[in-house]
Design a protein around this ligand. Structure first.
Ligand code: F0G
Length: 381
């Protein structure tokens, strides 16, 4: 492949739409450009005439969508002269922060809830060389501490309260529109802090505006005075955004913060979302909704996706497909729709949860001889 065609990450790909200049030193690991996979078997199982695609963000360099935001956040932190970044995390942000800090040659401090992050994510933070600070508390407490310490120490916050994070993450919407030739009718995401659903909406709005169609009377991000505001909504250009939460950590469904969030989907074990107001605006403007799934429903969706489609995502990610399946079944998402579900993180992040829920798997242990192997095969045909 000639050099000019080599993919070198989303900042280079979308630099006209991102806050970088020709002089900016880009910190990239080749993130973005993830596959949009059309599901074949699950729609048949549902018996509904729908097109379902999954955007497999687990194939980013550190295995989650966080890399899209982190390439921007770390690029800008370095450009602004920062030598250290900090975040609170349920695991994926810390993995991405650690990797991009290593790439940039700066220090990453990560605060994680002790005992509540998946093993793969912990391994990543440690391996990439982040200063890993476990707190006896949850993500929400960690987030408050990070905000306080950033006022007192020379560290740049790289949680999604950092606006550059959302700028990077909006590119997922660009990729989807480019690949489908239009926006989907529905876009389903798991919601924790609600940064990603907000970022996608920014991306869809910008893309739609760029195509020469005015977007909305009041843009969610500027109180109505940016160049995207002021026009009618043109059908088909932007999806309804649907945010799914775990039932034990569902502040958007409750309408208020949740004090002690709990869920097997540790990535979205968040009770006090940082993008609270923005996410409500996204829901209103896009005509979408929030809903919740029980842990069992999340795990069942994770397994179904793996066993029927060959796609392994982490539990939190499966909330998107589990929720979409339910809404397709009930007709809330009507037949004839095109639906994109974001699979935010790779299944390999959380091997413990995967193995635990496959106790009924077809694994057998046998002696190393040919007759035992034959028996194992014939017994499982
Ligand atoms: N899915 C996964 C796999 C995540 O790691 C996260 C967030 C989300 C969904 C929710 O995204 O917060 O933008 O609504 N993980 C953060 C972290 C909190 O620290 O890794 P959101």
């Amino acid at each position: 492949m000639p050099f000019r065609d080599r993919y070198t990450g989303l900042i280079n790909r979308y630099r006209d739409h991102l806050p970088v200049s020709d002089d900016t030193r880009i910190i990239s690991l080749g993130e973005g450009n993830t596959p949009l996979i059309r599901l074949k078997n699950i729609p048949k199982l549902l018996g509904k005439d729908v097109e379902i695609y999954v955007k497999y963000e687990g194939l980013n360099p550190t295995g989650s969508f966080k890399d899209r935001g982190m390439t921007m956040a770390v690029t800008k932190a370095v450009e602004e002269g920062s030598n250290a970044i900090i975040c609170a995390s349920t695991g994926n942000t810390s993995a991405a922060a650690a990797a991009y800090a290593a790439r940039a040659g700066i220090t990453a401090f990560v605060l994680i809830p002790e005992g509540k992050i998946a093993m793969g994510k912990l391994a990543q933070a440690m391996m990439y060389g982040a200063v890993t600070i476990q707190i006896r508390g949850n993500f929400d407490e960690g987030m408050e501490l990070v905000k306080q310490v950033a006022l007192q120490a020379p560290v740049t916050i790289v949680n999604s309260v950092n606006p550059y994070r959302l700028q990077g993450q909006k590119t997922a919407a660009f990729e989807i529109v480019e690949e489908l030739g239009r926006a989907p009718d529905y876009h389903c995401l798991p919601v924790g802090n609600a940064g990603n659903i907000t970022a996608h909406w920014i991306g869809y709005c910008e893309y739609s505006a760029q195509k020469g169609t005015k977007v909305t009377e009041s843009c969610a991000f500027c109180d109505g005075n940016c160049r995207y505001a002021g026009g009618p909504i043109i059908g088909g250009n932007r999806p309804a955004m649907i945010g799914y939460q775990a039932a034990g950590s569902a502040p958007f469904v409750r309408g208020e913060a949740v004090k002690n969030p709990e869920t097997v989907a540790t990535a979205i074990r968040i009770g006090n979302p940082q993008s609270w107001d923005r996410a409500w605006k996204v829901k209103e403007e896009s005509g979408g909704w929030f809903d919740e799934l029980a842990d069992e429903e999340i795990l069942a969706a994770q397994k179904l996706l793996a066993q029927r489609e060959g796609i392994f995502c982490e539990p939190a990610s499966a909330a998107s497909i589990g929720g979409a399946m339910r809404d397709i079944k009930t007709g809330r998402i009507p037949e004839g729709s095109t639906i994109v579900c974001t699979l935010t993180g790779n299944g390999l992040k959380d091997p413990d949860t995967a193995i635990k829920q496959c106790g009924d798997s077809r694994m057998v242990t046998i002696d190393a001889n040919i007759s035992s192997v034959k028996d194992a095969i014939l017994g499982n045909m």
